[in-house]
Design a protein around this ligand. Structure first.
Ligand code: GLN
Length: 400
């Protein structure tokens, strides 16, 4: 019997569950966001060298000095943010740990934390584990942030807002006016911005504006990012946090007791990549992702989904209500079993009873070959539907 108080309020990860389902159905996994292509050679060679050099023991709990120094150089070079490696940078086990460690460190029980909805599913459990009260504000694909609704969500109880740009799963890249509005509200209400910038280099429109560069925000922003998406190494678990010294002090304590530290040799390799990969690498990354986005987007539109081409990150949230009247979970299982493409049910990006029912999310962080095959399977839905209504296929599928 589960009597654990803290886990009562939340579900298991649907994203990770769909990966298991895709394996069972031998279906193309467009559910969980991890690349199926190789990481840069420079990064892999640096990891091999670090292990060869016996960098096998714990790094300093808040991160190997070499990585913290490489991060300081990166933030200076890219965004003109100066961050002190000794007092303002913490290396974590992925952005996932960075987010939960930050919330546990800075939020008091009962504080409100503003979360954009649809949200990356971890933020729900993260706020529950931190004893915070989430307050939701819509952020939809292809739509500007409703600044009046945002302003109405702030109050004297607001401790922080979680800002994920480019965003998962909405695909928005927040523009300067939107970010400045968020920043002004944070200043006015003495709230923190906790930003998840893990997709900072995967963008098709607009520049990446770190919240910490906006007026008055450096001292009230916790900037989170990591190597997973930029260097296609989601299994390495190397992320980081840039925050003012007092916040960093609190976050480092939580981080130390949660995980002690991120993998030492892989920290060396990420440092080598941050220092060694040039502009061309980042340009190529965004360009290749644009091709993958276009490939999946056009297939979804042809198949009869309603969706908007994302401005950044590698997800498409698609409305399937023109295709079937089943709910998002049934549709995801059907698509996985009958069509051989596995998405994530939309409801996992919304609060309980939220607006995710006619939605599913597909990833496009896959090779052109895999996406081309997925696109062909998705385009076949139309034909399959004319001969065999989806609901009938679903019932027979479920009986197997
Ligand atoms: N961020 C990715 C996603 O949304 C991976 C999630 C995970 O399992 N850590 O799919």
């Amino acid at each position: 019997m589960n009597t654990a108080r803290r886990t009562h309020g939340f579900r298991e990860s649907v994203i990770r569950g769909m990966t298991r389902l895709a394996r069972e159905h031998n279906s193309i996994n467009l559910a969980q966001g991890f690349p199926n292509f190789p990481a840069p050679d420079l990064l892999k060679e640096a990891a091999i060298k670090a292990i060869g050099d016996d960098i096998n023991q714990y790094a300093i709990t808040w991160g190997a000095l070499r990585l913290r120094e490489a991060l300081a150089r990166k933030y200076q070079r890219w965004y003109a943010i100066s961050a002190d490696p000794e007092r303002e940078i913490t290396v974590t086990c992925g952005a996932t740990e960075a987010m939960i460690a930050t919330l546990l460190a800075v939020v008091n029980p009962g504080d409100e934390v503003i979360v954009f909805e649809p949200f990356y599913e971890n933020y729900g459990p993260d706020t529950i584990l931190a004893d915070a009260r989430p307050v939701y504000v819509p952020l939809q694909p292809g739509r500007a942030l409703d600044l009046d609704r945002l302003a109405a969500a702030f109050s004297s109880r607001t401790r922080a807002i979680i800002v994920n740009t480019p965003s998962n799963p909405a695909g928005r890249v927040l523009g300067r006016a939107e970010l400045e509005a968020i920043g002004d509200l944070c200043v006015r209400h003495d709230a923190l911005a906790i930003t998840d910038e893990i997709y900072e280099h995967i963008r098709f429109d607009g520049e990446h504006l770190p919240m910490a560069t906006l007026p008055g925000m450096r001292e009230r922003t916790v900037t989170i990012s990591g190597g997973s998406k930029t260097f296609s190494v989601t299994g390495w678990r190397v992320g980081w946090i840039i925050a003012p010294p007092a916040l960093t002090g609190a976050i480092r304590k939580v981080h130390d007791f949660l995980t002690v530290g991120a993998p030492a040799p892989l920290q060396e390799a990420i440092a080598a990549a941050l220092d060694g990969l040039d502009e061309a690498f980042y340009r190529q990354l965004a360009e290749t992702y644009r091709g993958r986005r276009d490939l999946l987007y056009s297939a979804l539109v042809d198949a009869g989904f309603r969706c908007t081409a994302p401005e950044g990150a590698y997800y498409i949230l698609a409305d399937f209500s023109a295709l079937a009247s089943m709910d998002d979970t049934e549709f995801s299982v059907w698509l996985s079993r009958e069509v051989g493409v596995t998405p994530v049910p939309g409801s996992s990006f919304f609060r309980e009873g939220g607006a995710g029912r006619p939605l599913v999310r597909f990833v496009f962080c896959k090779t052109e070959a895999v996406l081309t095959e997925a696109a062909a399977r998705l385009r076949s839905i139309g034909g399959a539907r004319q001969t065999r209504p989806i609901e009938v296929a679903l019932r027979s599928g479920l009986q197997r």
